[in-house]
Write a protein that binds this ligand. Structure first.
Ligand SMILES: [Fe+2]
Length: 393
């Protein structure tokens, strides 16, 4: 059923394919800027990816203002302020983020401080608090998972008050996303698996949560097909460029979908597992997705049944009886998890991912207060979360 009203917004230009990186100098010129700061992390530098980006400036007269490659795994308030100082000190006029979720979220935070001319990021926490157009911003994802290159969200960790600060604003959307398969070729199998399952979860939740709409559905549906056709292959053969590119596309499409329709209970419980038991986000998504789907089944059976087509292909879709399609979708996700476990050791149970039973209550309390719970079609209480955790343990 179509919603009575919805909004969909995605102004991010997507330059995708081999050598997409080489378009950056041209794009910067088009935006009338010439001195970007590059924000990345040590892992990216060590993997040689920063060099590929720097080399793409070789034939241009543009200059890289400064490179910051010490972004921590959880983007932090302290780091954001440090980078903002560098941006000013080196007379930069634009931002390039190279990495997974943390460098991209960090870059969004830096952009807020620079553009709003205020060094207290906390003032802008929450929804739609940004009043100034942001500096030109190019995002280059190096994992196929977060979708941050096309989302209006940033989460920055405030280490003094020990809270994760969420920011949402259309102004946080990058101007350009560079989807270049060279950037994900060296991603280790285990991270490839976890981030790929994060992308799948973005798409499944976007397709089924309360804010879904026909535009986000189209992106989510297409993303699910690409993940199911390519994830096992990239985990097996990391240097398969075509499959890597397909996964990079899937992740960006899933990002566009959930940036417009939001996510649901898998993310709410997964965030809590991350905060309390330090479970990697992608692992939490993979483990929890089938069990939350089972919980949502009575509300979402028809939609899960529709997803059997992109997740299993025409043949299985056609031969599965109507009343069994939704369960089959869940079964296939469970099989995917087990295959990933065999291929690279991705955990399939919370007990293997570092969660302790004694933490269930705290996880449940945290999860029901998470913003991602709101768009979940079926309401959950603490006991429901504990039941899901128990099943997934
Ligand atoms: Fe996610």
């Amino acid at each position: 059923m179509l919603p009575d009203y919805y909004e969909f917004y995605n102004p991010v230009k997507i330059n995708a394919g081999n050598e997409a990186l080489e378009t950056i100098p041209y794009e910067l010129k088009q935006m009338n800027v010439s001195r970007p700061i590059i924000i990345t992390d040590k892992g990216i530098t060590n993997a040689g990816l920063l060099k590929v980006l720097i080399d793409s400036f070789d034939d241009s007269e543009l200059v890289i203002g400064v490179v910051f490659d010490e972004t921590p795994p959880d983007s932090s308030l302290k780091t954001v302020n440090k980078i903002a100082k560098l941006y000013t000190e080196y007379n930069c006029d634009s931002i390039i983020a190279l990495g997974g979720g943390s460098p991209m979220d960090t870059a969004k935070g830096v952009n807020i401080i620079i553009s709003e001319k205020d060094d207290d990021l906390r003032k802008f926490m929450g929804a739609d608090r940004l009043k100034t157009p942001q500096k030109p911003f190019i995002a280059i994802p190096t994992t196929s998972g977060t979708g941050s290159e096309v989302t209006l969200v940033a989460v920055i960790y405030d280490e003094v008050n020990n809270v994760k600060m969420p920011f949402t604003s259309n102004r946080l959307l990058p101007n350009i996303a560079i989807v270049d398969p060279r950037m994900t070729l060296s991603l280790p199998a285990r991270i490839t698996a976890a981030t790929g399952m994060d992308a799948l979860t973005h798409a499944v939740e976007a397709y089924t949560c309360l804010q879904k709409n026909p535009m986000s559905d189209a992106y989510a549906f297409a993303a699910i097909k690409l993940v199911s056709e390519n994830l096992l292959e990239v985990v097996k053969n990391g240097d398969n460029k075509q499959a890597r590119f397909a996964m990079a596309n899937a992740s960006t499409m899933a990002g566009i979908a959930f940036s417009n329709s939001m996510v649901g209970a898998v993310h709410a419980i997964g965030h809590a597992c991350g905060a309390i038991a330090h479970v990697h986000h992608g692992n939490a998504m993979a483990i929890l997705l089938p069990y939350v789907m089972k919980f949502n089944m009575d509300m979402l059976e028809n939609l899960y049944a529709e997803l059997l087509l992109p997740i299993a292909g025409e043949e299985i879709f056609a031969e599965t009886k109507t009343g069994e399609k939704a369960m089959k979708t869940i079964e296939i996700i469970l099989i995917m998890n087990h295959s990933l476990n065999k291929l690279c050791g991705m955990p399939v149970k919370l007990s293997d991912a570092g969660v302790k039973k004694e933490q269930f209550e705290q996880i449940a309390k945290t999860a029901i207060n998470d913003g991602a719970m709101l768009p979940n079609p079926k309401e959950l209480n603490e006991k429901d979360v504990i039941d899901i955790l128990t099943e997934a343990f």
